[in-house]
Design a protein around this ligand. Structure first.
Ligand code: B12
Length: 297
């Protein structure tokens, strides 16, 4: 196992290092017991965080220590490596290739594709949102990260395809004014993986067109409205009312997304059900919810 022969050495001060806390990539490679090109590959894959300074890569000593520790655990535990943090770092850097590298590494370590969506991509995006909110990154970085995230979904989406009879169609979308389409796309693929056909209208859908699409959908089992921006809640309530008037009872109307607090809030908005995550939405649709809640009695 690489790095093992260096156990105890990494923490010790290393002569020739750029500083106590920073290493060049050559130094990092040496401490990890790998070739320079292998260490460079780790950087490209986002497995080893690095910054470029004055034309050369700088690596935090602490990251090398963490990497060595992660690699010394049994292979099965590698699926619990900090994939979301690694992806977030590649997304912030605008490194699409590296971002895909992180996803490929996670898949190779045994992480399931729905876990990539919900436990890697989603928290990475939430982390980016926090960085944006604190002013640590510009909105341009967030936009670029969203573009890369969509490209990851484009590559991963086909893996959710299921053979066999559809369980029915779920129509998903967001009300007019809501610009967050990535949550809808993530939820859509997870539902597809659970055997539902999904009609994904995306974000910012005018009310009349949304309702028409609902009425025109054959084998409709449920409608899901995704609301991330709190200012779009009144429009979501209006939309849910119009959809209810269009389809009547018998079709589950669910609402979710970051702006919807809980089941009671969902009920106030006019929905039958709420779920905090895509996984819980699947449970709600299957009628065996653990966290998902049906709000109508
Ligand atoms: C990317 C992003 C954007 C992109 C969106 C790109 C795109 N095409 O999607 C852009 C740049 C457009 C954007 C714009 C804005 N954004 Co923005 N954005 C984000 C960011 C970083 C990621 C969103 C994301 O994809 N999350 C990942 C998803 C998977 O997580 P999720 O939403 O929790 O989804 C899960 C569940 O909620 C559930 N779920 C989702 N939908 C549904 C639906 C149903 C039916 C069910 C049952 C469940 C369900 O399942 C999902 C998976 O488990 C978030 C940060 C964050 N915390 O999410 C901020 C964030 C949402 N944005 C925020 C803000 C403020 C804005 C703007 C107002 C900024 C501005 N001043 O212009 C605008 C809003 C414009 C508008 N009217 O919509 C804030 C919202 C804060 C708040 N509570 O008000 C956040 C939280 C950032 C922050 N930390 O402050 N944003």
């Amino acid at each position: 196992m690489w790095g093992q022969r260096y156990a105890g050495v990494v923490e010790a001060s290393y002569r020739g290092a750029v500083s106590d806390t920073e290493l060049t990539l050559h130094e990092a490679a040496e401490l990890l017991g790998v070739h320079y090109m292998t260490a460079y590959r780790y950087v490209r894959l986002g497995v080893l965080p690095a910054e470029k300074a004055g034309g050369t890569w700088r690596v935090a000593r602490a990251d090398v220590v963490a990497m060595r520790a992660a690699e010394s655990v049994p292979t099965g535990s590698r699926r619990r490596a900090p994939w979301a943090a690694r992806l977030e770092s590649r997304l912030v850097a605008g490194d699409g290739r590296g971002a895909w590298g992180v996803v490929e590494s996670a898949l190779a370590a045994g992480v399931e594709v729905d876990e990539i969506y919900l436990d890697v991509i989603a928290p990475a995006m939430q982390g980016i949102g926090e960085r944006w909110a604190t002013g640590a990154i510009d909105v341009a970085v967030e936009h670029r990260a969203s573009g890369i995230a969509f490209r990851l979904l484009g590559r991963l989406g086909p893996r959710f395809a299921r053979r066999g009879r559809s369980r029915g169609t779920v129509l998903l979308g967001s009300p007019a004014g809501e610009r967050h389409s990535l949550p809808v796309a993530l939820v859509a693929d997870v539902l597809r993986g659970a055997g539902w056909d999904v009609s994904d209208l995306g974000a910012d859908m005018p009310l009349e067109s949304f309702v028409r699409a609902v009425i025109d959908t054959a084998d409709l089992a449920a409608v899901g409205v995704s609301v991330t921006s709190p200012e779009c809640l009144p429009m979501a309530a209006q939309l849910l009312g119009a959809v209810r008037a269009g389809v009547g009872g018998g079709v589950l109307l669910a609402v979710g997304g970051g702006a919807v607090r809980d089941a009671a809030h969902a009920h106030e908005l006019g929905a039958d059900g709420w779920a905090a995550s895509a996984r819980e939405f699947v449970e709600l649709l299957e009628g065996t919810p653990t966290g998902a809640v049906t709000t109508s009695n």
